[in-house]
Ligand binder design. Structure first.
Ligand code: UD1
Ligand code: UDP
Length: 367
C-alpha cells in the first residue's frame, strides 16, 4: 500500500480536498492519511463535518488575528513530527494558502515528494493576491506531481520550464464538490427574507484588501443599495475580526443587507445559484458562480482565474469605491449589460477531477 497524505487547513482547501479524500479512500492500493493544520478552526470544521472527513492529525495552529509569521512558524514546527511519523509516499497540498506553502516546504526539507492540486494558477504579480501568488509559485518549484485544473494553468507551468510529464490537466475538484449541492427543493430563512426580489450575494476577506480597499467596497455597496430599495443582500461574513469591524462600521445599520455567520458549503452553493449577482474577492466563488450563470463583480485588481473573465461571467472591477459603484449600478439598471454576463459557463472542469487525480496517483506510485 502506498501512503498518500493530504494536508490542508482553510475552508476553501477543505472544500476542494475533502472530495479527493473520499475518492482516495475508495482505492485499494492507497492508504489515505489526512492532516489538517487548523489554520482555520470553525470554518474548517464546518467543511469537515459536511464531507464526513475525520482528520488523522490536527495541528490546531489557529490564533485570533494571526500573522503570516504565526501561521508559517506554527505549521513548520508542528508538521515535522507528523511527516516523520507517517513517512508518506506523497504529500498532497492544495492551491495557495500558507498551509500549502509551509507543508510543501516541510516536505521538501524531509525529501518527501509533493503533489500540488490546483497547480499553475498565476497572476505573476507577487503582491496580488498576497501572499497567495508567492505560495503558488513556490510550491511549483517543489512539486513532483502538478494537477492543473485547466489548459491555461498547464501552459503557465510549461512556460516556467516544468517537466511536461509532471503536469496533468484534471479539472478543478471544486466542480466535483458542486455535483450534489444545488437542489431544486431548497429553503432557507434568509431566502424567505429576500422573497421574490433580487438577491445580491457578497463575500470579502482578502488580506491585501483589509483596511481602505475593504471600506471602499462596503461604501460602494451601501450607496447602491440605498439607491435600490427593492434589492436585498446576503453577506455570510468571514471570521476575521478585521473584516467584521469594517463591515460593521460601513454596513451594520443597513436594513437591506443581512450579515450572517459563515454558511455551510451546501447552503453557499444554493445561495449562489439563486442570487441575482455576486460581489466578491474570493477565489473559489469565481469558479462556482460561472456554472450557475451568475455575474460576478470581482473586487480585486488581479485574478488568477481569467478563464471566467474570458467566458464573460466575471468582471474584474478593482477596489475603488467609484468603479464598484458604477458596475454594480450598471448591472442592476441595464438589462442588456446584465444579460451579457448572465450565461452559464464552466471552464473549470467536468466534475471528475478527483477520479483522475486518484487514477494518476495509483498508476504513478505503483510503477
Ligand atoms: C486564508 C488564506 C487565503 C484564503 C482564505 C480563505 C493565507 C495566508 N490566507 O486567509 O489564501 O483565501 O484563508 O478563507 O493562507 N478566523 C477564525 N476562525 C476561522 C477562520 C478564521 O476566527 O475558522 C479568524 C482568525 O482571527 C484568523 C483570521 O480569521 O486570525 C484570519 O485567518 P487567516 O487564515 O490568517 O487568513 P484568511 O484571511 O482566512
Ligand atoms: N463558502 C462557504 N460558506 C460561506 C462562504 C463561502 O462554504 O459562508 C465557500 C464557497 O462556496 C467557496 C469557498 O467557500 O467554495 C470560498 O472560500 P473563501 O472565499 O473563504 O476562500 P478563497 O476561495 O478566496 O481562497
Amino acid at each position: 500500500m502506498k501512503k498518500v497524505m493530504l494536508v490542508f487547513g482553510t475552508r476553501p482547501e477543505a472544500i476542494k480536498m475533502c472530495p479527493l479524500v473520499n475518492e482516495l479512500k475508495k482505492r485499494e492500493t492507497i492508504e489515505t492519511i489526512v492532516c489538517v493544520t487548523g489554520q482555520h478552526r470553525q470554518m474548517l470544521d464546518q467543511v469537515l463535518d459536511t464531507f464526513h472527513v475525520v482528520p488523522d492529525y490536527d495541528l490546531s495552529i489557529m490564533k485570533s488575528g494571526q500573522t503570516l509569521f504565526d501561521i508559517t512558524t506554527g505549521i513548520l514546527e508542528s508538521i515535522k513530527m507528523v511527516l516523520e511519523e507517517v513517512k508518506p509516499d506523497v504529500c498532497l497540498v492544495h492551491g495557495d494558502t500558507s498551509t500549502t506553502f509551509v507543508t510543501a516546504l516541510a516536505s521538501f526539507y524531509l525529501q518527501i515528494p509533493v503533489g500540488h492540486v490546483e497547480a499553475g494558477l498565476r497572476t505573476y504579480n507577487i503582491y496580488s493576491p498576497y501572499p497567495e501568488e508567492f505560495n503558488r509559485q513556490a510550491v511549483g518549484i517543489i512539486s513532483k506531481f502538478n494537477f492543473a485544473p485547466t489548459e491555461l494553468a498547464k501552459k503557465h507551468l510549461l512556460d516556467e520550464g516544468k517537466n511536461p510529464q509532471s503536469i496533468y490537466v484534471t479539472g478543478n475538484t471544486v466542480i466535483d464538490a458542486m455535483q450534489h449541492t444545488v437542489v431544486e427543493d431548497y429553503h432557507h430563512p434568509e431566502l424567505d427574507w429576500v422573497g421574490d426580489g433580487r438577491m445580491i450575494f457578497i463575500t470579502a476577506h482578502r488580506r491585501e484588501n483589509l483596511g481602505e480597499p475593504m471600506h471602499n467596497m462596503f461604501r460602494a455597496i451601501r450607496r447602491v443599495l440605498n439607491e435600490h430599495p427593492d434589492v436585498k443582500a446576503i453577506y455570510p461574513i468571514h471570521m476575521n475580526p478585521e473584516v467584521r469591524k469594517a463591515a460593521d462600521e460601513e454596513l451594520g445599520d443597513c436594513d437591506q443587507i443581512h450579515i450572517i455567520e459563515p454558511i455551510e458549503v451546501f447552503d453557499c452553493h444554493n445561495f449562489e445559484a439563486r442570487c441575482h449577482l455576486c460581489l466578491t474577492d474570493s477565489g473559489g466563488i469565481q469558479e462556482e458562480c460561472p456554472s450557475y450563470g451568475k455575474p460576478v463583480l470581482v473586487m480585486r485588481d488581479t485574478t488568477e482565474r481569467p478563464e471566467g473573465v474570458e467566458a464573460g461571467t466575471l468582471k474584474l472591477v478593482g477596489t475603488s469605491e467609484d468603479t464598484i459603484y458604477e458596475w454594480f449600478t450598471k448591472l442592476l439598471d441595464d438589462e442588456k449589460e446584465y444579460a451579457k454576463m448572465a450565461h452559464a459557463a464552466n471552464p473549470y472542469g467536468d466534475g471528475h477531477a478527483c477520479e483522475r487525480i486518484a487514477d494518476i496517483l495509483e498508476e504513478q506510485l505503483n510503477k
